[in-house]
Design a protein around this ligand. Sequence first.
Ligand SMILES: NC(=O)c1ccc[n+]([C@H]2O[C@H](COP(=O)([O-])OP(=O)(O)OC[C@H]3O[C@@H](n4cnc5c(N)ncnc54)[C@H](O)[C@@H]3O)[C@@H](O)[C@H]2O)c1
Length: 185
Amino acid sequence: MDAEKVQGQTEEKTEDKFTKEDHGTPCMGSQSPGGTPCPPARKGQGLRYVKGDLFSCPADESLAHCISEDCRMGAGIAVLFKRKFAGVDELKAQRKTPGECAVLRRGQRFVYYLITKKKASQKPTYDTLRQSLQAMKAHCLENGVTSLSMPRIGCGLDRLKWDKVSVMIEEVFQDTNISITVYTL
Ligand SMILES: NC(=O)c1ccc[n+]([C@H]2O[C@H](COP(=O)([O-])OP(=O)(O)OC[C@H]3O[C@@H](n4cnc5c(N)ncnc54)[C@H](O)[C@@H]3O)[C@@H](O)[C@H]2O)c1
């Protein structure tokens, strides 16, 4: 069976039904329950946190999340990306491997698919995540992307630790003006 689940719910029933968790990390600026992002970041400012649904971010904000090379997207927040942005064949055609990053253009935004492992059933390593982040950074810089929103990538089903992943994201992007907002439910 290949039931697609998000946070333990079937795909058909996921909309606006997530359980809110207090992840306890304060926003560096203002935030609202509706998910209004904090003020724009300056170079090396670090991550900004918003409590709310990632998909409540501004429509022109580029997005990032983690998937496997097989582009299966059968569980977790990836199911919502697949439903919202489709493009699975376009992603597969890019033939990206772990440590790389596939991308879709959707209107004013790019949607980044960090390829952190070969198969959906595997777990990623910190190394492949770092390489994928570097690939995304290169694409952002080449394409004028200045703001990115993401969930706590790699730290749900993929079981990486947010204290390590957050430092890694800051390190990779510290020499850029790219503002990164992390949404937590
Ligand atoms: N069989 C499969 O297809 C399979 C197996 C394992 C994992 N996965 C999926 O999970 C992997 C990625 O794992 P991950 O830990 O990076 O991601 P994740 O576990 O999907 O989510 C990362 C974090 O985002 C949180 N989150 C979920 N929805 C939202 C939302 N709307 N707004 C803000 N935050 C939210 C979630 O609670 C978690 O803390 C990918 O391989 C993906 O395909 C699929």
